[in-house]
Design a protein around this ligand. Structure first.
Ligand code: SAM
Ligand code: SF4
Length: 332
């Protein structure tokens, strides 16, 4: 599928729940807790059917996300069924890491996911300081996250990425420790600019830390960063080599990188069945009512194509964007 601006769509982010065991300040502030009713959330059967139709149209990569996807029972079996869909070549999971080490019948979740065919794990890690981690996520779960990261490494994912959302007055002092932690474990670390995707006050002058500033700070402790234009991980991150450690780190600058949307290859499916052509746009299309109306696969395919035809040229975040959905209800 190709949109009118030449974006070739091969990647579907599938949110399987809006629930989460953490409350990150920038995603789901504590006071807001209205969940979708169970019957409004797509069943695994519905999700699998949608992915099957998408695969027929060129979707090759699926990332399972949420909310926190690992809080939904049956997630590993769901991933195993995704892996069996013809055309799906790559399955990833985005997680806060708190449940990756949790065992069921003696097998950690991370290992079950790898056995199910999940290739990549993106794990959120905003801080290595326990108090700061707790302040950011409203949960004192840093030790469990570190256990989860180590369980993921032991389980043998083909790629593990740690994602840190840049927050002014916080991340500045965390940068060296995060870089050294990732280097020691030989995993990729990425810094993500804060986006206006939660409540209206999440993004302000007072908490936005641009990538350019983060880079300057990193260079003070780790030497001049060397751009790696030929290295990519199928997303908008721009990678740099850290001379002091020899590792690569990535920067995802939705707000300050003016070329951010040029290589976009994604659609997003929310857990309540809205197909969204862009994270930073109000557009969303109600696939749930179509799939529940008893339509056939040809109608579902036509729905997909229509959504791709409406994909905007670029996101709207830089135009005083006021979110209509919290990140937790979209799927990052
Ligand atoms: N619960 C999982 C996790 O935390 O990784 C998966 C879902 S979470 C919504 C996906 C990603 O979105 C995380 O890396 C999170 O840090 C990021 N995210 C959430 N709100 C954001 C915001 N306002 N700006 C930038 N990134 C955000
Ligand atoms: Fe939960 Fe992830 Fe959102 Fe944090 S970023 S509240 S862990 S969904």
């Amino acid at each position: 599928m190709e949109d009118p601006f030449g974006h070739r769509i091969s990647y579907l982010r599938v949110s399987i729940t809006d629930r989460c065991n953490e409350r990150c300040r920038y995603c789901m502030p504590e006071e807001e807790q209205t969940w979708f009713a169970k019957e409004d959330t797509l069943s695994y059967e519905e999700l699998l059917r949608i992915v099957r139709v998408g695969a027929g149209l060129g979707i090759r990569k699926v990332r399972v996300t949420g909310g926190e996807p690992l809080v939904r029972p049956g997630v590993a079996d769901f991933c195993a069924q995704l892996a069996e869909i013809p055309g799906i070549e790559d399955i990833g999971i985005s997680t806060n890491g708190t449940l990756l080490a949790k065992e069921e019948n003696g097998v950690p979740m991370a290992e079950r996911l790898v056995k199910a065919g999940v290739r990549t794990a993106n794990i959120s890690l905003d801080s290595l300081d326990r108090a700061t981690y707790q302040r950011t996520t409203s949960r004192d779960l840093l030790p469990r996250v570190i256990e989860g990261i180590d369980a993921a490494i032991a389980a043998g994912f083909q790629s593990i990425k740690l994602n840190c959302v840049l927050m002014k007055h916080q991340t500045e002092r965390e940068l060296p420790a995060l870089i050294d932690f990732a280097a020691k474990r030989n995993v990729l670390l990425r810094f993500i600019e804060l986006m206006p995707v939660s409540t209206q006050d999440v993004l302000s002058e007072d908490n936005f830390l641009p990538i350019a500033t983060a880079k300057k700070l990193i260079e003070q402790t780790h030497g001049k960063l060397v751009p790696q234009p030929d290295f990519s991980t199928n997303g908008p991150a721009l990678y740099h080599l850290v001379p002091a450690t020899g590792q690569r780190i990535g920067f995802i600058g939705a707000m300050t990188n003016l070329h951010f949307c040029e290589s976009c290859n994604k659609l997003r499916l929310t857990c309540d069945g809205k197909l969204r052509p862009c994270l930073g746009s109000y557009l969303e299309f109600d696939l749930r009512s179509v799939i529940r109306s008893g339509c056939d696969d040809a109608e579902l395919a036509a729905f997909f194509r229509n959504v791709v035809a409406r994909k905007p040229k670029e996101h709207d975040f830089r135009h005083n964007y006021q979110p209509n959905r919290r990140m937790i209800a979209i799927g990052g």
